[in-house]
Design a protein around this ligand. Structure first.
Ligand code: CO
Length: 213
């Protein structure tokens, strides 16, 4: 068997042994179910592992990751994760976490075609279009890239707030906060964008849903 591949299975056995050494009932407890207080929506980038960044153990964070941490309201996978997290697990926090140096966001700034992913990236280009006045004024390309990453998180956060799932939870007085973060792959630090949302008041009127009783 290829060495790299075999190593993965060996690593797993070591990991199990180390967990059991500290707590003989560890996996019994895990098998009893999960009650994470947090949903993480992050980038698929291998450098941005949700649990490690926030020091969370297995069972403490429900995770959805895709390219460039997008919240696209026709994405059944994302909607299903959010619905389960909000309505079954009753998470109290959802963090949308982007990261500086995001390849998806970088691709959206340029014109090169990368294949089918162009159609996913196009949602990020829409974010550029919404904010082109601010972004075009930033001369330094790295600074423009960093700001674009932040604005993308902001728009994904708003798109999350616009979902019927989140607005329904707020309508029902469910305690649910949405937060926007950007992670620095260069220093490991999280920047809280201070965009926390607890209700739909800040959404444009056209997005505020009324629910039938
Ligand atoms: Co990324």
């Amino acid at each position: 068997m290829e060495k790299f591949y075999k190593q993965l299975l060996d690593n797993n056995k070591e990991w199990v042994a180390s967990k059991l050494e500290k707590d003989a009932n560890y996996f019994e407890r895990m098998a009893n179910g999960q009650q994470p207080p947090l949903l993480w929506i992050g980038c698929a980038d291998s450098r941005v592992p949700a649990n490690e960044i926030i020091g969370a153990e297995p069972g403490e964070v429900f995770v959805h990751r895709n390219i460039a941490n997008m919240v696209i309201h026709t994405d059944m996978s994302m909607l299903s994760v959010v619905d389960y997290a909000v309505n079954v697990l009753k998470v109290k926090h959802i963090i949308v976490c982007g990261h500086y140096g995001c390849g998806g966001v970088k691709a959206a700034m340029g014109n090169q075609s990368f294949g089918i992913i162009d159609n996913w990236i196009r949602h990020i280009k829409d974010v550029y279009r919404f904010h082109h006045k601010e972004l075009d004024l930033i001369q330094n390309e790295d600074e423009r890239f960093n700001r674009f990453v932040e604005l993308n998180v902001q728009e994904q956060l708003y798109d999350l707030a616009k979902t019927s799932i989140v607005q329904n939870a707020w309508e029902n007085k469910q305690d649910l906060m949405l937060h926007g973060w950007v992670y620095g792959v260069h220093n490991g630090l999280v920047k809280d964008l201070n965009l926390t949302m607890r209700n739909n008041d800040t959404l444009s009127d056209v997005y505020q849903l009324d629910f039938l009783d």
